[in-house]
Design a protein around this ligand. Sequence first.
Ligand code: F3S
Length: 398
Amino acid sequence: MYLTEKEQRMLEGKEGYAVKKSMEILVALGDIYGAERLIKVGSVQVAGVSYHNLGDAGLEFLGELAKDGKVKVLTTLNPAGMDLENWKQLGISDEFAEKQNMVIDAFKKMGILISCTCTPYLIGNLPRYGEHIAWSESSAVTFANSVIGAKTNREGGPSALAAAFVGKTPCYGLHLDENRAPNIHVEVNATLKKFSDWGALGYSIGKKAENKIPYITGIEDAELDELKSFCASVVTYGSKPLFYMQGITPGAENHKLPKDKATVEDKDIKEAYKNINDDVTDIELVCIGCPHGSIKEIAEIAELLKGKKISPNTEFWVASSRSAKQLADARGYTEIIERAGGKFACDTCMAVAPIKGRFKSVATTSAKGCYYSRHNKMLTKMGSIEECIEAAVTGKWS
Ligand code: F3S
């Protein structure tokens, strides 16, 4: 890979340890994927924040980089393993909190915004159309590439961090227009009736796309929260982190319909629910906010919970960014949710918090949430916000 004089100096360690290590990572990646050069990035999203996933080895790696590493571009963080303020209320141990806080301190020292959300585009890390970025959260990468039209590969935690210290990333994969052409046409003939149908649609298209880039037709309208949920699901279940939705996402007009074709019918949506949902009635955890809940979703939850009480057998979590919660505080939504017995799980989520073994079952609006909950050995139910609230209040899935 061609390096400028300045980049060469960085690689030689003239700008310190963190930049040298970062250049080594970026050059190795560039060589593997045949990149010709590095390109500037407008922002970075770093995943791999939970101590649950990092362990002591990860913490040590971050500690070394934090000694002299400072990010060169706007850099935000993915969810951590706990709510950074109310971790006790969510049942997190003192030992875990101590380690998680050490992780956060290392990121803080590097100049990273402690945003701890998988929806950076809702809290101020919003790239423009066509901008090169280096993000490493699959749902956010898919949203940035598809809904915004920015350009990013699906980075790993270390390569995103390296891009942040250098301000650049190797130019390969989805940074190149020739790799962004759709290669499967998916015609949607199914009727989407409720919010979780977008997760089911993502499941179905992800499975049919098999690591291709779908060009989706047949969708008449889509709200931002629906697209947010779809992005998380379609990439989790198999597509590349990029799709085009005719009439809805940018860039579809620049491409012809691919010859390879699949369809999604009502029966496929039903099939998706059948595969995502387990045979379970008693619900021990209800979690809404995967990807992190927007203020609109939180408002809807508060409206549905007004005057109700969460079942004593069930925990109810709203996973969101802290910024969304601050808006919810100001509007009185937090008070309504907490009065009903619900809890906010800011800065974290059900996939990265250390909750394995605590709950046998979970209900959620999110197909991605179900996928990761099964990894946490929970039985899963996916449904609308209304169905999830009903499960939280009764403790049962009906
Ligand atoms: Fe976000 Fe966690 Fe879901 S990172 S997309 S809330 S699994």
